[in-house]
Design a binder for this molecule. Structure first.
Ligand SMILES: Cc1ncc(COP(=O)(O)O)c(C=O)c1O
Length: 600
């Protein structure tokens, strides 16, 4: 089918024809006969040997050697098997040494041939969309699956593991760990969910400690939302978009328009929307920082577009180096890739690094010269310990003002924010938004259409966005408590980051820059040669091997650096610093010492 191309005058953005037509561009084929049907096959890993219904996990774990995909109930019984193929995609994702373009080619080859299915079901691993199979998402990969099994096993009362608790340091999920929801937010949400409570204001105030401003805020939101159980406008409740625009204006000192704001189900759905529209076909390339949050590589894999990697500079505490970006860009261009956007994660995940204003200026200048759309992922904008957060919008508008005739008004910027991170930490509520700056109105119409296909972002999440951008102000009744809770969360995160960093500093072969922001540390680990050999025997990368042994020994779940991308020859892991207490940090230190001794 010939692609329908819609060239947008002046800005040079060509948008995805499938997003325009509502039809899927890609028709999946099937694997050629003899092609390994699961990533486990490719990697040479066999499925876990069958366990008996009562096999305890400790012995199972030894037998499975980290490849245990069984489901274990709260009573510690194995009840089924998570299909190897499903988890194996993740396994292989972490193991593969192929470049992304080699993998993409392999997937295209798989897609272009077809083999009839021999199974009774219409769908099997050989005929579903191969781009979905190609996507990797280590943050919720094999180690996370295994850690959940351990958790269920412990909850079932079993005591034969070397740890009594699982610490999920693999994902920035604040309330799964210790972070308490901010009272003001939850009180307002409770009234939105159950407006009948507003008929008993005296009970709310006298018995439940609700303040009057909570009640007022709930009433105000209900007035504009109607019911949180109803769909809203596709791009979000207009009054909430106005609230966000006001916040952006206060934050950046430049006007913002509610018509350029799109509420989303977390930032992830915003990224999904934007990438769908930006990616025209499989020749599209998007510059993505490495290491990165794997949402970007995974989404580009699903869209069958090129991820053009640019490395962050670890020697400069993971700084963004324009020369490196330029050389990646030129190399991709030389291969004929249509590079049309650059992703910046600021502050970074997994690195925590914030871009300085001058770095942001350089990136915008480069985007102007090369006509690149900027996708600024700013979900960690309040998680900053070193330096300060400066938004791309503010710098872009400043450049437009300083140099009005230099074409900055043609630089397209989409910036994203979310209720998931920061001191809000309400990732389960799936609230977020993106703002479009300097986009062609026709393209914006298509973006509107795209979001409308999913109807709207969760309305309760939209309300939470409103509360995040418009929290209690000084003088309002809820302000003191809000500020106290907010500061306690911020200080707690900083303290934990510092304590963890201090522990890393004591560990042999571990190097880690000072905590800068976001929710993670991303230390380098220099492992002995023998550990690398042992990893190879298991068909694993050394960082994956290390993280797996750490989980098995301590119950602490972290993510191998290979899940985020790392320079060849370097090894890392990512851990959040959200978990409370110091015991788990001590257990990492002890494990590391023993690991180094064992493989020295
Ligand atoms: C950099 C970055 N962007 C986006 C997201 C997705 O956040 P949300 O929960 O808002 O979808 C995350 C989640 O960890 C993230 O780290």
């Amino acid at each position: 089918m010939a692609p329908y191309l819609m060239r947008v005058a002046r800005r040079g953005t060509t948008i995805n024809n499938s997003a325009l037509s509502h039809s899927a561009r890609f028709i999946p084929g099937a694997l050629p006969r003899g092609t390994p049907s699961t990533r486990a096959d490719v990697s040479g890993l066999a499925p876990a040997p069958p366990l008996t219904a009562t096999t305890p996990l400790s012995s199972a774990a030894a037998r499975c050697a980290g490849r245990c995909f069984s489901s274990i109930t709260s009573t510690g019984k194995r009840v089924g098997v998570i299909p190897v193929a499903a988890t194996a995609a993740v396994v292989m994702g972490q193991l593969s040494n192929q470049s992304q373009s080699q993998q993409q080619q392999q997937v295209r080859n798989m897609a272009s041939s077809s083999t009839p299915s021999s199974s009774g079901r219409r769908l099997n691993m050989n005929n579903i969309n191969p781009h979905v199979k190609a996507a990797k998402y280590a943050v919720r990969g094999e180690l996370a699956v295994k850690s959940e099994e351990y958790r269920a096993y412990l909850q079932g009362g079993m005591t034969d593991l070397p740890f009594s608790e699982v610490i999920s340091a693999n994902i920035g999920n604040p309330q799964q760990l210790d972070q308490k929801p901010i009272t003001f937010f939850r009180q307002v949400l409770s009234l939105l969910e159950n407006p009948v409570l507003l008929e008993k204001e005296d009970v709310l105030i006298e018995h439940l400690g609700y303040k009057k401003d909570v009640i007022e805020r709930a009433k105000k939101l209900l007035k504009v939302v109607g019911s949180v159980g109803a769909y809203s406008a596709s791009n979000g409740v207009p009054a909430i978009r106005q609230s966000i625009a006001d916040f952006l204006e206060r934050r950046d000192g430049f006007p913002a328009s509610q018509s350029d704001i799109y509420l989303s189900a977390g930032a992830s759905s915003g990224v999904n929307t934007l990438l769908h529209v930006v990616c025209q076909d499989s020749n599209t390339g998007i510059l993505v920082p490495i290491p990165q949050y794997p949402l970007y590589t995974a989404s580009l894999a699903v869209l069958d577009a090129h991820c053009v990697e640019y490395h962050l500079d670890e020697s400069k505490n993971w700084g963004t180096d324009l020369e490196i970006i330029k050389s990646s860009y030129e190399a991709a261009k030389a291969k004929g890739i249509d590079v049309r956007a650059i992703v910046i994660i600021n502050p970074g995940n997994p690195t925590g690094a914030s871009l300085s204003e001058s770095d942001i200026r350089s990136v915008i200048e480069f985007a102007r010269q090369e006509r690149l759309v900027i996708l600024a992922d700013e979900v960690y904008q309040t998680n900053v310990f070193i330096g300060e957060f400066v938004s791309f919008k503010k710098v872009l508008r400043t450049l437009q003002k300083e140099r009005p005739n230099d074409g900055f008004d043609q630089v397209e910027l989409a910036s994203l924010h979310s209720v998931s991170k920061g001191m809000v930490g309400e990732c389960g509520h799936r609230g977020g938004y993106f703002e479009l700056v300097n986009f062609d109105p026709d393209v914006q119409q298509e973006i509107y259409k795209f979001v409308s296909i999913m109807l709207c972002a969760p309305v309760i999440g939209q309300c939470l966005v409103d509360l995040m951008v418009n929290p209690p102000r000084p003088g309002e009744e809820s302000y003191e408590l809000y500020k106290k809770e907010y500061n306690a969360i911020y200080d707690g995160l900083k303290e934990r980051a510092t304590a963890l960093h201090k522990a890393f500093e004591q560990m042999e072969g571990v190097e880690c820059g000072s905590p800068q922001g976001s929710m993670y540390l991303f230390p380098t680990i220099n492992l002995p040669e023998k550990a690398a050999e042992a990893a190879k025997k298991e068909g694993r990368t050394p960082d994956e091997f290390y993280c797996l042994r750490l989980l098995e020994a301590t119950g602490v779940c972290v993510v191998p650096g290979s899940g985020f991308g790392q320079r060849e020859g370097s090894l890392h892991f990512r851990t959040t610093f959200l978990a409370p207490g110091t015991e788990w940090v001590g257990s990492i230190v002890k494990f590391h010492r023993e690991f180094m001794e064992k493989y020295r």
